[in-house]
Ligand binder design. Structure first.
Ligand code: AMP
Ligand code: GLY
Length: 423
């Protein structure tokens, strides 16, 4: 199969790596715009431009287009490809509103009876203080537009909450105030084709920049899978209580979902509650999850894209665990420094090092070109082994000023994560 992957981050590098490691035959892999670490044919394209992406897919006669990031989905790239008769993995513009509009997602969840935080949209700066009285003591203030996970402030400081809400509104988007959902977080990725839902392994992301969950929210600093602390029926409960009802509600609304639905959840005393949906694979959880996939990813994505997911044989997974550790550039997330040289071992081994913000330097080596520079992936029989493999590699990679979290999966390894009573 000739497969075109749209995107340029660690998630897309993980997708390409899994697509190249396949039991379903060799695939001819293409990527646009890609990054320096990817082994595929690169193309330059404006990823948000439906006509441009469709023209590229036609030109190379792609059998399948896989859309990695959310922006092209929200811009309707999947719709244009579908109209052109090209199989595409990724939801329509309307369906991607589950990620693109938090208000839409709340509406769908309310109708579908899915547990989530109570939310209030505020559009007037003067109303922020009044409305915040109904929330707290921990305040959640979100930008009700696309912000790549960076538009959220979680704080016990009401002044900070007010300031952020006002800044969001002044920036042109509504602010969304939410009640705080307690409990450990779970990322569950599901292949969804209409009413058919196939879950991948559950993962956990570490969103704060520094060890011990200190510092600003980021796109994600590391992840591990599966989750030893999740109740045995945890994935099934998320599928039954969250993803299937939402998939059903989307069908009922005449906007069936086709692609990856990423449920970001907090596992509270009552079980799973939705923090957010994303219309795409999560980054960096994908880097860990796909490291354990034994079945052909190409077959799974193609089945989803062509409406035959119900006929796909059950997915097979490797035993054990996987962990990803993100190497971030100095100054990330506020102001990442670009251009510094990256050296070390394993930079060309895509089983272990997945590139994100990298580019080719003048002397042929790699340089940092983004905030999250690369991901190191480790696998092992235990979670501790998996993280050790990743840390042994990342310790030997040099990038001036860079940093990474030293405690990925640590609370899970130490048995510190507990969940409330199961049903
Ligand atoms: P989001 O942009 O919705 O992905 O939120 C980013 C992060 O903020 C999440 O991964 C959570 O850690 C945190 N968060 C967002 N909403 C809530 C909530 N209602 N309760 C608790 N934590 C939240
Ligand atoms: N893992 C966070 C995200 O992909 O949004």
């Amino acid at each position: 199969m000739r497969i075109l992957v749209i995107g340029s981050g660690g998630r897309e590098h993980a997708l390409l790596t899994a697509l190249s490691r396949t039991s379903s035959g060799e695939h001819d892999l293409h990527v646009a715009p890609g990054n320096a670490g990817m082994r595929a044919t690169w193309h330059d394209v404006a990823v948000d431009d439906p006509a441009a992406v469709t023209a590229l897919a036609r030109e190379i006669a792609a059998d399948l287009v896989v859309i990695g990031p959310e922006q092209p989905l929200v811009s309707g790239v999947a719709d244009a490809l579908r109209e052109a008769g090209i199989p595409v993995f990724g939801p329509s513009q309307e369906a991607a509103k589950l990620e693109g509009s938090k208000t839409f997602a709340k509406e769908v969840m309310a109708t579908a009876g899915v547990r989530t935080a109570r939310a209030k949209q505020v559009t007037e700066p003067d109303m922020v203080k009044v409305e915040l009285r109904e929330f707290g003591p921990t305040f959640i203030v979100k930008d009700d537009g696309l912000a790549g996970g960076k538009g959220v402030v979680v704080t016990d400081d009401v002044r900070e909450a007010v300031a952020h809400a006002k800044a969001v509104i002044e920036g042109g988007n509504p602010a969304l105030l939410e009640t705080f959902l307690g409990g450990p977080e779970v990322s569950l990725f599901c292949l969804v084709d209409g009413e058919t839902v196939v879950p991948l392994l559950p993962a956990q992301d570490h969103k704060r920049a520094y060890d011990g969950d200190e510092g600003p929210n980021t796109g994600g600093m590391g992840a591990y899978t599966p989750l030893p602390w999740l109740p045995e029926d945890g994935v099934q409960r998320i599928v039954d209580e969250v993803v299937v009802p939402v998939a059903h509600e989307m069908v009922r609304r005449g906007i069936p979902y086709s692609g990856l639905l990423y449920a970001g959840l907090a596992w509270g005393d009552e079980g799973p509650a939705v923090i957010e949906f994303n219309a795409r694979f999560g980054d960096p959880e994908t880097q860990a999850v796909l490291a354990l996939l034994e079945s052909s990813l190409a077959d799974a994505l193609y089945a989803t894209a062509t409406g035959t997911l119900a006929d796909l044989p059950p997915l097979k997974w490797k035993d054990g665990y996987a962990a990803t550790v993100v190497l971030a550039a100095e100054g990330y997330p506020a102001n990442p420094r670009k251009g510094a040289e990256i050296t070390g071992e394993g930079l060309d081994d895509s089983r272990i090092v997945l590139h994100a913000g990298t580019a080719k330097g003048e002397n042929g080596g790699y340089v940092a070109a983004g905030g999250r520079v690369l991901n190191v992936v480790g696998t092992g029989a235990t979670l501790e082994e998996a993280t050790k493999v990743a840390y042994d590699v990342i310790e030997k990679i040099q990038l001036d000023g860079s940093f990474y979290r030293k405690d990925i999966a640590r609370p899970a390894i130490d048995g510190e994560i507990t969940v409330g009573p199961s049903r």
